[in-house]
Design a protein. Structure first.
Length: 343
């Protein structure tokens, strides 16, 4: 069996060779795998007083992994979904280790047998149209940062972009000269999709470009959204976006109680998807728009919210009222047979 040296060698080759070179995973995905293993190290240090250099596969048995998963959920306050995600990553790592060292196959089978914990699917959170309007109207459009922040929210909503996709956009990813303006977004698995830009979005984009990317200094490799650190333009951070969204949400909620307590970048993506679904757009189209690999991921938006249910009930009620008023079916045995599918 692989000893402690083998464990560390496998961790290194898994994160630096197998995932990036052979599986071609994105840096964000690799970071999630790395975080899971690093959290395991923290757990062992805090709860078992085992140093990282002393970790072996013999220590990492089923009982300890289950204890680690409980620690993630109960002491670190992570969701059941996160717990299951960490477990899936550990199973993938153990499978890789077993392929490299067949003597570890028994350990892999033991970890692979750990069941995922059942989760309760909650309705997708999204903004009402009124809340969305109030939120976008909150930044001070007379100031440069206000124009930037407002456009960032508009861009998140109109394109349905993930926050990583938004902040990775460079000037070269914009195509504004053709008949249908669009932007290239690169998402999970480094898959790129073209998302069309609407007229009002183009108007806000042009104003933003004039202020933050004037033609005289515009470069194709520049990030669309950036911050300046020590005189150098850098990709804007996710924390920066989260901070100004929280600030505007607090202000907008004073005027509009429909604005939720917590507003985060992904909420705009959920909102766009729900608004498309409510407008009658097929899920297969929404899947392609959002860049989902499988329509089953998009199915979460296919639930009847209160407004949709009310409209459906109103339509049924209207039809019932019509039947009651006309009474064409009463005493009409032939029609009753047809309604029952017996004729």
């Amino acid at each position: 069996m692989a000893d402690n040296k083998g464990f560390h060698q496998l961790v290194r080759s898994y994160l630096t060779v197998y995932l990036p070179r052979q599986k071609a995973y994105s840096p964000n995905t690799i970071k999630a795998y790395s975080d899971t293993i690093n959290l395991l190290r923290v757990f062992l240090a805090e709860k078992r007083h085992v140093r990282f250099t002393d970790i072996t596969f013999s220590i990492l048995n089923r009982a300890l992994i289950c204890e680690y998963l409980d620690w993630i959920e109960n002491e670190r306050g992570c969701s059941t979904t996160t717990r299951n995600h960490r477990l899936a990553i550990l199973k993938a790592f153990y499978k890789y280790a077993a392929v490299q060292h067949p003597s570890l196959m028994a350990s892999y089978m033991e970890i692979a047998a750990i069941p995922v914990k059942r989760t309760v699917t909650a309705p997708v959170a999204y903004l009402s149209e009124r809340a969305l309007r109030e939120l976008i109207a909150t930044p001070d459009a007379s100031k440069q940062k206000g124009i930037r922040d407002r456009f960032a929210m508009i861009f998140l909503y109109e394109t349905g972009a993930r926050i990583q996709e938004l902040l990775d956009v460079r000037i070269r990813d914009l195509s504004l000269g053709n008949g249908v303006p669009f932007v290239y977004l690169t998402g999970k698995g480094r898959k790129t999709r073209a998302v069309p830009l609407q007229g009002k979005t183009i108007s806000h984009l042009n104003k933003y470009l004039e202020l933050f990317h004037p033609l005289s200094s515009r470069k194709a490799d520049d990030h669309l959204f950036y911050t300046v650190i020590h005189g150098v333009r850098c990709r804007m951070s996710e924390d920066n976006v989260a901070a100004f969204l929280s600030k505007y949400a607090a202000r907008a909620k004073v005027r509009c109680p429909e604005v939720p307590e917590r507003v985060f970048p992904h909420l705009f993506r959920h909102t766009k998807a729900m608004h498309l679904y409510q407008a009658g757009i097929p899920l297969s189209y929404i899947k392609d728009f959002l860049g989902h690999a499988n329509v089953s991921t998009t199915d979460r938006y296919a639930f009847a919210d209160v407004s949709m249910m009310r409209r459906a009930l109103d339509r049924v009620s209207n039809r019932t009222d019509t039947l009651e008023e006309t009474g064409n079916w009463e005493g009409n045995e032939d029609m009753i047979l047809r309604l029952c599918g017996l004729k």
